[in-house]
Design a protein around this ligand. Structure first.
Ligand code: HEC
Length: 307
């Protein structure tokens, strides 16, 4: 045995031990689910999202390896073709294009529509989970499931229950609690694919008449530019599923008079929370650029119109 092998050995075995220890803290169901989802080439489904105690909505999604996703709901869709992320908003019939990266992926796929299946993309599954334990067995919509209850501290404290389907070995649905909100999500359809992703599923085609909105301030102070700022900076916390603080920034139709006083930015909560020396929003993220703040200011000043 050469000297270098001897030196390497202890390091390798410590590495293996650390892996075993980390694995042991997870209930077996989670490790099994991780294996199934990580071996899968694609995952797609449609879900019913019950925002508790609020309204029910639906979404469809497709995931593909290594970093392809499409999540669609009544407000529009987000699509990543591996290179760019396209966010399309129906209300304004406009979309934005930004470069794809890991942080954006994680944010997009761990929202209320698809949280339990984020593991599909995770390089180190459940790294963010602080505690996980097995709960009871129950039947939901005809599926026999075992509950696995997990909690975490970052990026904001939350907890979630995976409903692991006894038949398939991965989550059939989940319950997610974050920022005083709770969603109960069940899948109406869910399937794993073992052959490569179909390129057309993840190719972006602009919907009829949709206009592209620049991320910067180039789009002026029209609402499309404001929506693009919300889409980029305020999701998933203020989507129509999550509505932190009762605020839904997913479309013009969902904005309320409580936070926008047309013509008067300085007495509009929407402007107040994003401006000043230590803006409250976007929470846990860097403040909006001066240009974006000005876009919102100008839009409110000009009457907060929908076009
Ligand atoms: C990481 C999550 C998160 C992000 C991102 C985020 N918010 Fe919030 N926001 C919250 C939470 C949680 C609340 C409610 C709790 C509170 O008021 O402290 C809230 C409350 C608000 C309110 C209501 C304040 C009031 O007067 O009641 C407004 C307006 C708001 N956010 C705007 C925004 C805007 C605009 C963005 C993006 C530029 C944004 N938020 C990004 C989590 C977030």
């Amino acid at each position: 045995m050469s000297r270098s092998t001897l030196i390497l050995l202890p390091v390798v075995s410590v590495g293996i031990l650390a892996c075993v220890a980390a694995q042991r803290m997870l209930p077996g169901q989670l490790s099994k689910q991780a294996k199934l989802l990580q071996d899968a080439k694609t995952l797609s489904g449609s879900v019913t999202i019950q925002a508790l105690p609020g309204a029910q909505s639906t979404a469809t999604f497709s995931f593909g390896k290594p970093n392809l996703y499409r999540i669609e709901n009544a407000d529009g869709f987000v699509l990543c073709d591996g290179t760019n992320v396209y966010r399309y908003t129906k209300a304004s019939n406009s979309y934005t294009v930004t470069p794809a990266d890991d942080a954006t992926l994680l944010k997009d796929v761990s929202g209320p529509a698809t949280w339990a299946w984020t593991t599909f993309f995770a390089k180190r599954p459940y790294d963010d989970i602080a505690t996980a334990k097995t709960g009871g067995s129950r039947t939901i919509k005809g599926h026999d499931v075992v509950e696995v209850i997990a909690s975490w501290e970052k990026p904001e404290p939350g907890s979630g229950t995976f409903y692991i389907d006894n038949k398939t070995g991965y989550a059939f649905g989940f319950d997610l609690k974050q920022s005083d909100k709770e969603w109960l999500v069940t899948s109406d359809k869910l399937s794993i694919g073992t052959s490569g992703p179909d390129a057309t599923t993840f190719a972006f085609t602009a919907p009829d008449g949709a206009k592209k909105v620049e991320q910067a301030n180039d789009a002026g102070s029209g609402y499309a530019a404001v929506q693009a700022i919300f889409d980029k900076n305020c999701m998933p916390c203020h989507g129509s599923g999550r509505r932190s603080g009762g605020v839904d920034l997913s479309s013009y139709a969902n904005l309320t008079k409580r936070i926008v006083k047309a013509g008067d930015p300085d007495s509009s909560d929407l402007y107040e929370v994003i401006s000043g020396s230590n803006p409250e929003m976007p929470r846990n993220r860097p403040p909006l650029s001066q240009a974006d703040q000005k876009t919102i200011y100008d839009w409110i000043k000009n009457g907060a119109k929908g076009d």
